[in-house]
Design a protein around this ligand. Structure first.
Ligand SMILES: [Zn+2]
Ligand SMILES: [Zn+2]
Length: 383
């Protein structure tokens, strides 16, 4: 399916992108390379959300499948030592989005030549996956949808999984990532006279114990929820009880229901503890990426496409990740599947976001073939 000249070209594109990493919403050079490649294979496209690109085989009311890649790099100083290392100090492709982009370009090259497909394919190259909500910007922009989109697919290279294995499952696969800000207002005073104050430090301590107790007593044990408070700001002196304590943390959930439910429970615990001591509490939740939820039928299509690849197997038992992923926004729009492509081998032991990481080019061909198989399988099943 992926012939040698195309594979060689994809390796060259991938390594060129790796040498020239661009951070979120700055992917101008990357975007230009994507557009030049699409010009070359003869696919129409529009720019979207600044540096994003949406291309398509045909855009009509026939069944349509969306395939997505991400473009951006990370603010990390690369120490991988590979000959195609980053040429830009302090920036590197440490998450393999250079590989994802090359793979989707390869799929575009193959699918552009296919006139027998039972529908259309849309290719979404999104900016700013790393914390920039680039997928949301593209969804708001609207170009991704065209006439119609029935299912969406994305892959992520996963060095923790051995090369040759896909991790594919249905349901929540990557967590929602919301930021919690808590303010507890008491009444400050001299540390020697705590009875004349409402000590917000003591209230904060009670709250932290209670909120973790709430997690184990009020939330179903089968519902993964992580609450971590990581910052705490109180007085600057050891003999002063402050007026206010501020806490900051993260809430990770793996279902849309838990994501909506848990903040209300935290707020109730906060209000109750504060009321007991005469303090007042405020909780604000800064919404991060939503839960990446795989639709069962779409995940089954993704698995069939993966099993068809010679030498590859599928593991459907892998534990979901409490990390988060911008593709989540697409999973809220249409039935979707986000899969992990195992890329770990002796030469690629480093996980994503490490300074020694490099994308495993051995996976380029399998990635392209998976996207092509997915398009065939999905278009065969959409009525
Ligand atoms: Zn990443
Ligand atoms: Zn990534």
């Amino acid at each position: 399916m992926v012939d040698d000249p195309l594979l060689k070209r994809l390796v060259a594109v991938r390594r060129d992108l790796h040498q020239h990493p661009e951070l979120r919403f700055e992917e101008r050079r990357t975007s230009k390379i994507v557009r030049a490649f699409l010009d070359d294979v003869g696919l129409p496209y529009v720019e979207s959300a600044g540096t994003g690109v949406v291309a398509w085989t045909r855009d009509d009311d026939r069944p349509t499948v969306l395939l997505r890649a991400d473009l951006d790099a990370l603010p990390i100083k690369e120490i991988s030592g590979v000959p195609w290392s980053s040429t830009i100090d302090g920036k590197m492709h440490a998450c393999g989005h250079d590989g994802h982009t090359a793979i989707l370009l390869g799929a575009a090259a193959v699918l552009a030549r296919r006139k027998d497909l039972a529908g259309n394919v849309r290719f979404v190259f999104q900016p700013a996956e790393e914390g920039g909500h680039g997928a949301l910007r593209m969804i708001e922009d609207g170009a991704w949808r065209g006439t119609r989109v029935d299912r969406a697919f994305a892959l992520h290279n996963w060095p923790e999984i051995p090369f040759g294995t896909w991790g594919i499952r249905s349901g929540g696969v990557m967590a929602a990532n919301d930021v919690l800000h808590v303010t507890i207002e008491g009444r400050g005073g001299h540390a020697a006279d705590p009875h004349l104050t409402i000590d917000p430090v003591h209230v904060a301590a009670q709250f932290l114990v209670a909120v973790h107790g709430m997690k184990s007593r009020a939330i179903d044990a089968h519902e993964p929820v992580v609450i971590s408070f990581c910052t705490m700001k109180a007085a600057d002196a050891t003999n002063v009880i402050p007026d206010v304590v501020k806490l900051g943390g993260t809430l990770r959930t793996l279902s849309r229901a838990a994501r909506d439910d848990v903040p209300g429970r935290i707020r109730r615990v906060l209000d109750g503890i504060c009321a007991a001591y005469g303090a007042t509490g405020h909780l604000t939740v800064e919404r991060g990426y939503p839960v990446t939820v795989n639709d069962a039928e779409t995940a089954a299509i993704a698995a069939r496409a993966a099993i068809a690849l010679p030498g590859w197997t599928v593991d459907d038992t892998l534990t979901p990740s409490m990390g988060s992923e911008d593709f989540a926004y697409f999973t809220e729009q249409v039935p979707s599947a986000y899969v992990w492509m195992g890329t770990g081998d002796a030469d690629h032991p480093h996980v994503c976001h490490q300074a020694r990481y490099d994308f495993n080019d051995r996976a380029l061909g399998a990635g392209v073939s998976w996207f092509v198989n997915v398009a065939e399988q999905a278009l065969g099943t959409i009525a």
